[in-house]
Ligand binder design. Structure first.
Ligand SMILES: Cc1cc2nc3c(=O)[nH]c(=O)nc-3n(C[C@H](O)[C@H](O)[C@H](O)COP(=O)(O)OP(=O)(O)OC[C@H]3O[C@@H](n4cnc5c(N)ncnc54)[C@H](O)[C@@H]3O)c2cc1C
Length: 294
């Protein structure tokens, strides 16, 4: 976090309940939500982001949870901190690729403040926790005074910094379905130095049916305007005997199907080349984690 002064003026609001927060979003204009603040405060300090109201939701204790429901779905509330989620035993056992993503994000001090919901709502193409969440078919619940609606994670993002959320809506819950038997997953992130933003990241999840996969989801970060679900590439992995040749074919397809850009972290050329290698590695690891042999 920078030591610059926060130069813009705004009213600071701190609702104690979700109802109060949703009423503020419905009634006031130009409200910015503050969760951990590790994106929003930085943007206000260095990128000229402004607002009339900064609404701190940290007082809404009811949103700070990570728990299983009676159908086996795991729910993560909008205020659950990355450092807590990283140590959660259910995440470690059921969603290891997500645990790995948390572990590779930023530094411990940032993870002590940052939330997973904030990582989603900041809507960066590199958002690390989004990539495995796409592989796990996560479902997001958006709330407003008008009620609640759910959105599959891969439909949440529209452009850098832009999501399907309306101005009066808030992300309240991230739901992860119970993993099926014989499923395996992997998350790989390439950075310049260890606690850095990804040059590229790849997630993969497969379900094994004997020597074939009956399900596959491959997702990537930092290769498009939003975190991406590679649907066509994923489908190539399903229904065929899994061999090193099949993995190589699917990895080549992944690399050929992305259109990344040059930026200050790396080049488009590097991203296309490394996407093939990382997809191969992620699929191999996911397949082995599902109990498959190669
Ligand atoms: C040094 C540093 C290193 C970082 N490294 C990484 C990294 O390696 N990988 C990575 O992915 N990110 C990284 N980040 C970015 C950041 O830490 C994450 O995106 C974090 O998860 C954001 O969570 P937050 O709670 O701090 O969000 P905030 O900053 O509080 O909010 C982020 C955005 O989401 C909105 N928002 C927050 N909660 C909600 C909600 N419930 N409903 C609707 N809107 C909401 C806010 O208004 C804001 O626009 C890094 C940041 C820093 C400062």
């Amino acid at each position: 976090m920078t030591t610059r002064i926060l130069a813009t003026e705004f009213d600071y609001l701190k609702p104690a309940t979700l109802e109060e927060a949703l009423k503020i979003l419905a009634e006031k204009e130009n409200v910015r939500i503050l969760a951990g603040g590790t994106d929003v405060i930085v943007k206000m300090k260095v990128a000229g982001m402004t607002c009339d109201y900064l609404m701190d939701i940290k007082g809404i204790d009811a949103l700070d949870y990570a728990k299983l429901d009676d159908k086996g779905v795991f729910h993560i509330g909008a205020l659950a901190k990355l450092s807590h989620l990283e140590k959660d035993p259910v995440i470690a056992e059921r969603y290891p690729a997500l645990k790995e993503a948390f572990h590779l994000m930023a530094s411990i001090s940032v993870r002590n403040m940052a939330t997973m919901a904030g990582n989603f709502c900041n809507a960066s193409p590199v958002a690390d926790s989004v990539v495995p969440s796409i592989c796990y078919n996560a479902v997001l619940t958006l709330a407003s005074v008008r009620g609640e609606r759910t959105v599959p994670v891969e439909k949440f993002f529209l452009a850098p910094g832009v999501t399907v959320m309306e101005k009066d809506e808030m992300l309240v819950d991230i739901a992860l379905p119970q993993p099926e038997a014989n499923s395996g997953d992997a998350f790989i992130k390439k950075t310049r130095v260890r606690p850095d933003i990804a040059k590229i990241s790849v997630g993969a999840r497969v379900i094994r049916d004997g020597e074939k996969a009956c399900f596959c989801r491959i997702a990537m970060g930092a290769i498009a305007a939003t975190p991406a679900y590679l649907e066509e590439t994923s489908a190539l992995f399903v229904g065929k005997k899994v061999t090193p040749e099949l993995i190589a074919e699917v990895a080549a397809h992944a690399s050929a199907s992305i259109r990344p850009i040059d930026d200050n972290r790396t080049t488009a050329e590097y991203r296309v080349a490394i996407a093939e290698v990382l997809t191969k590695d992620a699929l191999t690891e996911a397949w082995r984690n599902a109990g498959g042999e190669l």
